[in-house]
Design a binder for this molecule. Structure first.
Ligand SMILES: NC(=O)c1ccc[n+]([C@@H]2O[C@H](COP(=O)([O-])OP(=O)(O)OC[C@H]3O[C@@H](n4cnc5c(N)ncnc54)[C@H](OP(=O)(O)O)[C@@H]3O)[C@@H](O)[C@H]2O)c1
Length: 264
């Protein structure tokens, strides 16, 4: 299906690993010219993305937990690409601590990297897009915002905050023809989730009706859909959950064999 994204330009944070790399590959395949920012964007991943799109990728080293770095990042993307059509806020990290041990460093690191960075970046990008009277913004959320989990207070609060930030942006920018939407992934095997024990991963797989984790490219295709004015021109403030059914939370849990038995 024709997306109409060929030749558009996008700044993507955290785009050289995990879900961000899936987004980058999907957009590159549609002909979007990319600037990718993170603290240390992986050169090999950027080469792979450039090859997928047949165009060089602008590499920006920036720590998005610092407001000044975010401002510089947006300026570097505009300078490197000529202008921006899209911004995808994907970079995030998490520090795990129980409430009784929560320290301000971990709290502010998480909130600044995940939530404040999105506010600063979208402020900068919005000014540019408003002047152009077009564009799109995607915020990468997470299904973690639907449930609490032990030791993950700061991360889950940050993802809950992103949801309201997305809605605020959506109403304030829609009059300028700028569509803002969210993509909400479930569970994906990435560096961020790499510390999860195999037995917990098995438990998690059992909670997902599709019985598998997601593929970052599946998030990338959703982002391409939501950025495309051909495919989703009337979608504003939308939230596409891509979780294999995780948040349907079917209880009691049944194994794939038990479900087969139901249907014999
Ligand atoms: N994996 C999952 O199951 C899952 C589920 C739902 C939502 N998500 C969301 O998906 C997004 C990507 O996560 P992922 O799972 O793909 O993990 P990942 O591979 O660890 O990606 C995180 C990215 O963020 C960048 N980053 C982290 N801190 C940064 C900082 N201070 N400044 C600039 N960049 C920074 C990292 O690059 P550098 O190290 O080079 O800075 C990295 O590219 C996140 O928003 C996450 O919340 C993930």
């Amino acid at each position: 299906m024709e997306t109409g994204l060929q030749g558009k330009t996008a700044l993507l944070t955290g785009g050289s690993s995990g879900i961000g790399k899936g987004i980058a590959l999907a957009l590159a395949a549609e002909g979007v010219r990319l600037a990718i920012a993170s603290r240390r964007p992986d050169p090999a991943a950027l080469d792979e993305i450039a090859a997928a799109g047949g165009a060089p990728v602008v590499r920006i080293a920036a720590d998005v937990s610092q407001e000044g770095e975010v401002v510089r990042m947006v300026q570097a993307a505009i300078a490197g690409l000529g202008h921006l059509d899209f911004y995808i806020n994907n970079a995030a990290w998490t520090w795990h601590q129980p409430i009784t041990k929560l320290d301000s460093n971990a709290w502010y690191s998480t909130l600044n990297t995940n939530l404040s960075a999105a506010a600063w970046a979208t402020r900068e990008v919005s000014r540019h897009l408003i002047a152009r009277r077009s564009g799109g913004i995607i915020i990468i959320g997470s299904t973690v915002r639907f449930f609490p989990a032990y030791t993950e207070t700061a991360y889950r609060v940050s993802k809950m905050g992103l949801r309201m930030l997305m809605q605020q942006l959506a109403i304030e920018l829609a009059p300028y023809g700028i569509r803002v939407n969210m993509v909400t992934p479930g569970h994906y095997a990435t560096r961020m989730t790499g510390g999860i024990a195999p037995e917990v991963e098995d438990q998690l797989r059992g909670l997902i009706p599709l019985h598998r984790f997601g593929d970052p490219l599946e998030v990338g295709h959703a982002v391409a859909f939501l950025l495309s004015d051909k495919l989703s021109p009337y979608t504003v403030g939308g939230d596409l959950v891509i979780d294999g059914g995780l948040t349907l939370n079917p209880l009691p849990l049944r194994t794939a064999d038990e479900i087969e038995q139901l249907n014999l």
